[in-house]
Write a protein that binds this ligand. Structure first.
Ligand code: BGC
Length: 348
């Protein structure tokens, strides 16, 4: 009897506290009824990622999530593992969950316009992260200047080769819109030089092993290129492996992008010529800030816009940087990788 009375008094007190909480808006979880908890009132962001196979994407995720959390948002990260259908159903799930913002690293930039339209109709803001989504009128595209990435590879090869020679190119996935930006600008940068592109390939789904086969076959035919343009450092890893097997590592100028640790190691060791560093911290944190602002109905202000094939969309454009042995210390060490890691195999 006494116990029941105490329980009743406590229940009344608790109900009072809960009412105050929901009226004043303090506390993230609003209790409703006896057991059911209402959805958190924090900003909800859904982050749909291609995959985590490539080193950089874990960094993208971690930096994005911690910045968004710092700004009071909650982030649900989904990994599509390189499967387009999976990515579409994950985005649909985010729509069902009534996210405030959906951020997408598109596996295939050509097939998401319908699901993006659905999200926008539901009042959800959509951000294309790193890779453009075509014909979709996203609310924001945030990335590095991917044309500049290709231009840098071209400029550095021109310099290294003294404007002469033969190169072969193994690009990334043909469904990744960045790839066409990189390659078209790379070709443009070679114009007017005596450098010719002898063969071009694509690594479907960014499968780096395709780069190994591509180069192995080329060498097996008795050719030795002066340079190899690789879509990213992961592909460069396989390309350098193929060169090594043919005792050619260090004799062919290899380019890449991402400043992966192994690529930076190869650069200081002399088996890769250059990479393009893209400060992921800037991208991920800026994207999180903009996502949170957009959730509060702020319209993103960007200096640039980009044509997605149908619409001109706001483009937050960040600058990539070319890295060779010469500026490794200045650009990378202490900022992206530690000195001991990059120079691990190099004798002082
Ligand atoms: C990114 C690269 C990355 C590649 C593979 C591209 O869209 O711009 O940084 O290496 O995807 O994940």
């Amino acid at each position: 009897m006494v116990v029941k009375k105490i329980r009743d008094v406590l229940a009344v007190l608790l109900a009072g506290v809960m009412t105050i909480m929901s009226v004043s808006g303090c506390g993230q979880v609003m209790p409703e009824g006896d057991v059911e908890m209402e959805k958190s009132d924090a900003i909800q962001i859904g982050f749909s990622m291609d995959s985590f196979l490539i080193e950089r994407w874990q960094r993208d995720r971690d930096l994005f999530v911690s910045k968004a959390q710092e700004l009071g948002a909650e982030v649900n990260v989904q990994n599509a593992n390189g499967e387009v259908d999976k990515q579409i159903s994950q985005i649909e799930y985010f729509i069902e969950k009534e996210m405030d913002v959906i951020v997408i690293v598109a596996i295939d930039g050509n097939v998401l316009s319908e699901v993006v339209e659905k999200a926008k109709k539901a009042g959800i803001k959509v951000i294309a992260y790193d890779r453009l989504i075509l014909d979709a009128d996203v609310d924001l595209y945030i990335s590095f200047d991917n044309r500049r990435v290709g231009e840098l590879m071209g400029e550095y090869l021109r310099e290294a080769l003294g404007d002469e020679g033969t190169v072969i190119c193994i690009n990334g996935s043909p469904t990744d819109n960045n790839v066409s930006f990189v390659f078209s600008e790379f070709k443009k940068a070679l114009q007017g030089s005596g450098i010719t592109i002898d063969r071009t390939g694509y690594a479907d789904n960014w499968l780096a092993e395709i780069g190994f086969d591509f180069v192995s076959e080329y060498l097996a035919e008795g050719n030795v290129p002066d340079g190899i343009m690789c879509g990213n450092d992961d592909i460069a890893t396989q390309v350098v492996k193929a060169l090594s097997e043919n005792r050619l590592a260090g004799q062919v100028y290899v380019t890449g992008q991402d400043a992966d640790l192994v690529a930076c190691q190869r650069i200081v060791e002399g088996t890769q010529y250059m990479t393009v560093y893209k400060p992921i911290e800037l991208l991920a944190q800026r994207a999180a800030e903009m996502a949170v602002a957009m959730a509060k109905d702020e319209v993103p202000e960007t200096e640039d816009t980009i044509y997605d094939g149908t619409y001109e969309v706001p483009f937050e454009k960040l600058e990539p940087v070319g890295v060779t042995k010469e500026n490794m210390d200045e650009v990378i060490i202490g900022k992206y990788h530690q000195k001991g890691d990059v120079y691990l195999n190099v004798q002082e």
